[in-house]
Design a protein. Structure first.
Length: 445
């Protein structure tokens, strides 16, 4: 007689099987204090950002009777900060998985700890990554970001990134928010080129995209290699068997290992904030330049003495370029620079066109005496000139075919630095808003 029996399937409504003792308890309910802290931080961020935005606009003297740009600004800022919020809870596990799994920190403490250092990472970031990401966007959309096409671009790339992040989070699939956003930007560039009847590949700065792509491709490999080497080194130097086994029950690891795990969680959280937070900053600045250029297109806080140096350097730079190239300035030097940034094809007219735009920038700055005194009608055009000049200098500097003299190259680099000081800045309230969105998102994670 066969006495073997099979286990009967659980009937509907049966109590769920208990969580093993070694598993962290992730089903704790959110306490009222946590909810109050969340709402309080959210309210502080909204009030501070709103007050700072209104103050900046009023101080700049930006007056309009049309409320549509401000409505678009509000929607765009909501979507951009929404991306940072989703980015926060989407990437929370990257930082806290090890400290929760090993019982080094309770789950609720771990996510709050991670959220705080994400917040600090954003606040202390330099902004270099923010404008590096922006340089991937099509040049014509950056120059006309306040147009309907510009807003469509921003909405499309942000909504696509948010949907992908939400989808992968819902399915429990590990995915990078950085890869997602960059893919959205490349998609916008290709679509924009196709809509204008050009080859889709012409809508992306592939040199910059390749540079960023290499870093995204190599970073997991570097992380894999370094982690493997560190593990092998630990096994060779530390002969404690319990360090290489899964946790037993709720017992945390030895104090020094626990401290290392908390330290790595802190570092990953801070690095995530300082890196991923900047992507939102760059897009928010692009939105602000398109909707309220009088307040954010130029760095109105630049000291007057730096503005004087700016104007003098523009004249020196233009003169050094005149000694390099024959002066055959095209009828529309700005269109020449725009075409070059789109195609990367060096033409004889490029250096004279760049020289003309550099000279015009210096003349305008000298005429007004301060960036804060540039009239509203001229702000947009001056910023566009500075953007065209800065991006052209960045690419031409690597092209030996331009045949620039050493003096001209040195002056162009110095002039580009001044241009970037005047255009690539991030107000404190933008950092605070992004930091709170990313930090709260991490806490929700």
């Amino acid at each position: 007689m066969n006495t073997a029996t099979s286990a009967a399937p659980p009937f509907r409504g049966a109590a769920p099987s208990p969580v093993p003792a070694s598993r962290p308890k992730l089903d704790q309910k959110t306490g009222p204090m946590t909810i109050l802290v969340f709402i309080g931080l959210l309210a502080i961020g909204l009030l501070f950002s709103s007050y700072s935005l209104v103050s900046d606009v009023q101080e700049a003297g930006s007056v309009t009777t049309n409320w549509v740009p401000y409505l678009l600004l509000g929607v765009a800022l909501f979507i951009a900060l929404g991306f940072e919020f989703v980015n926060g809870f989407h990437d929370t596990a990257n930082a806290v998985a090890t400290v929760i799994y090993t019982h080094s920190l309770p789950p609720n403490v771990a996510v709050i700890w991670s959220g705080f250092f994400n917040f600090l990472g954003v606040l202390l970031s330099s902004g270099a990554v923010a404008f590096g990401i922006i340089s991937l966007l099509p040049v014509e959309l950056i120059l006309h970001v306040g147009s309907s096409a510009g807003f469509a671009m921003v909405f499309a790339l942000l909504i696509a990134a948010i949907l992908w992040n939400l989808g992968t989070w819902w399915l429990g699939l590990p995915a990078s928010s950085s890869h997602t956003l960059i893919g959205s930007i490349l998609g916008v560039g290709i679509a924009n080129a196709l809509m204008h009847g050009r080859d889709g590949t012409s809508g992306v700065d592939w040199a910059q995209a390749t540079k960023i792509g290499y870093s995204l491709l190599l970073s997991p490999l570097v992380g894999f290699g370094c982690a493997a080497l560190l593990l092998l080194a630990l096994r060779a130097l530390v002969k404690r068997k319990e360090l290489y086994e899964e946790p037993k029950g709720n017992q945390p690891p030895p104090l020094w290992i626990r401290a290392l795990l908390v330290l790595t969680c802190t570092g990953v959280s801070f690095a995530h904030g300082s890196n991923d937070g900047q992507k939102g900053m760059g897009l928010i600045m692009l939105i602000l330049v398109g909707t309220v250029p009088m307040a954010y297109a130029l760095n109105r806080a630049m000291p007057v003495d730096q503005v004087v140096q700016f104007s003098a350097l523009a004249q020196v730079t233009q003169q050094s370029m005149r000694n390099t190239a024959s002066i055959v300035v095209p009828n529309d030097p700005r269109e020449t620079l725009t075409t070059y940034l789109r195609t990367k094809e060096l033409t004889p007219e490029l250096v004279p066109a760049l020289s003309a735009v550099v000279g015009d920038i210096g003349t305008q700055v000298k005429e007004h005496g301060s960036l804060a005194k540039v009239p509203a009608a001229a702000v947009g055009n001056m910023r566009n000139d500075m953007y065209l000049a800065s991006e052209t200098i960045r690419i031409v500097d690597k092209n030996d075919a331009a045949q620039l003299s050493p003096d001209a190259k040195a002056n162009l680099k110095a002039f580009k630095s001044k241009i970037d000081d005047a255009t690539k800045f991030i107000p404190l309230w933008v950092k605070v808003a992004v930091a709170i969105a990313l930090g709260l998102g991490t806490m929700v994670g």
